[in-house]
Design a protein around this ligand. Structure first.
Ligand SMILES: NC(=O)c1ccc[n+]([C@@H]2O[C@H](COP(=O)([O-])OP(=O)(O)OC[C@H]3O[C@@H](n4cnc5c(N)ncnc54)[C@H](OP(=O)(O)O)[C@@H]3O)[C@@H](O)[C@H]2O)c1
Length: 351
């Protein structure tokens, strides 16, 4: 790929697209060559994302997504588009020799799951089979050589990272796991809807899309891929909370006989020793979505309630960074042979 990777960002006008460009603007190994958008095509990045108006990409003009010469102008494409769009857009780009990281859910599940969970028949099942699930801390080696990386969802990222090592070590009983999720409003993208506008969300906490949220089968699949044997079934209840950024998940399972808060915490700490983007909290400390805001870090915490035998694993990420754009840049770094941490902040923005 040479020293400078030429990168196209499709969906540059959205929230995750903007976050990709905030990170890539300081990436020493990347030259952003194409910004693709739908309605925002024709405008400059500074007009579309005024918070990026002082950066090196500010004057770049967004183009229609279907730019015919795109394959000649990029080595790698990052797609931050609504579900169902990249499934058709990606295959011709791959066939033209590009590599791709898709931030949507279009390449995360087996083909037969798409009608039920995403509401469409997958148009490229062959590419789906070749896609690699891009959770670097669990699947780093396959990401390096991948042509197509399915960037994980914001909720499944902390769930898989928090639970996989504990199932693998036999510290949780096999069986169903309950996952409670909470997300800030940026998780729904930039288009306002009746249920996401300020008047509907201020002072409100409410579940949504339960029990049909599309991240449910992704959680089950990522745990199976990561070696949870047998993989648990997941009941997932997401909630919308009146915050802008942040995802917090709380997973409830049964602790295996003899498992304690200390053994679970030690297992997580051992699994992620040396991982720059995973912060395993010591026993007794509590995760906080605000602390990881703006960073590519996931915070994890595990507790066993000795009275009931319940094991509780909690995790926090910034949905737009480790839950989306940061993880995509981490995958890009692996694919292009850069240091995996390049352009990725570990310090959060606080308070
Ligand atoms: N937000 C998160 O926290 C998060 C986390 C993980 C993954 N994701 C995934 O990342 C993807 C992008 O999410 P987002 O939050 O960035 O969404 P967003 O803010 O709504 O941005 C969507 C982008 O896609 C373009 N677009 C919208 N409708 C389109 C259509 N029908 N055809 C082609 N392009 C279209 C928009 O272009 P114009 O504005 O120019 O029309 C915009 O650039 C989604 O698949 C989402 O599930 C999001």
């Amino acid at each position: 790929m040479g020293d400078l990777a030429r990168v196209a960002v499709l969906g540059a006008s959205g929230y995750t697209g903007g976050e990709l460009l905030r990170l890539l603007a300081t990436h020493p190994g990347v030259r952003v060559t194409v910004l693709g958008a739908r309605q925002a095509a024709g405008r400059t990045l500074a007009e579309v994302h005024p918070h990026l108006a002082s950066g090196p990409l500010a004057g770049m003009r967004l183009e229609p997504l279907e730019a015919e010469d795109l394959p000649a102008r990029a080595d790698l494409v990052l797609l931050a588009l609504p579900h169902g769009v990249s499934a058709s857009l990606v295959p011709p780009l791959l066939e033209a020799g590009l590599r791709a990281v898709d931030l949507a859910g279009d390449f995360r599940l087996p083909a037969e799951a798409y009608p039920a969970w995403y509401g469409f028949e997958h148009p490229a099942p062959d590419w789906l089979e070749r896609a690699v699930y891009g959770l670097p801390e669990l699947f780093r080696d396959v990401v390096r050589g991948a042509r197509l990386v399915a960037n994980p969802g914001c909720y499944p990222t902390p769930v898989a990272l928090g639970l996989a090592p504990l199932y693998r070590e036999g510290l949780l009983e096999p069986g169903p796991v309950l996952v409670d999720g909470k997300t800030g409003l940026s998780g729904a993208g930039k288009e306002p809807t009746e249920t996401t506008i300020y008047a509907a969300t201020q002072d409100s906490v409410r579940p949504y899309r339960f029990p049909r949220h599309q991240h449910t089968p992704e959680m089950e699949r990522s745990l199976a891929l990561a070696g949870a044997e047998p993989a648990p079934s997941v009941t997932f209840v997401p909630h919308l909370v009146p915050a802008v950024r942040g995802v917090l998940i709380t997973c409830y399972a049964r602790a295996a006989a003899g498992a304690t808060t200390e053994t679970l915490t030690e297992a997580l700490a051992a699994a992620y020793a040396g991982e720059p983007f995973v912060r395993v909290l010591p026993a007794g400390a509590m995760v906080d979505s605000k602390r990881v805001r703006g960073s590519n870090v996931v915070e994890l915490q595990a507790v066993v309630d000795p009275r009931t035998g319940a094991a509780v694993v909690a995790g926090a990420v910034d949905n737009l960074v480790k839950g989306a754009a940061g993880q995509a840049v981490q995958n890009l770094n692996l694919m292009a042979g850069f240091d995996e941490t390049t352009a990725l902040p570990t310090a959060g923005v606080y308070p």
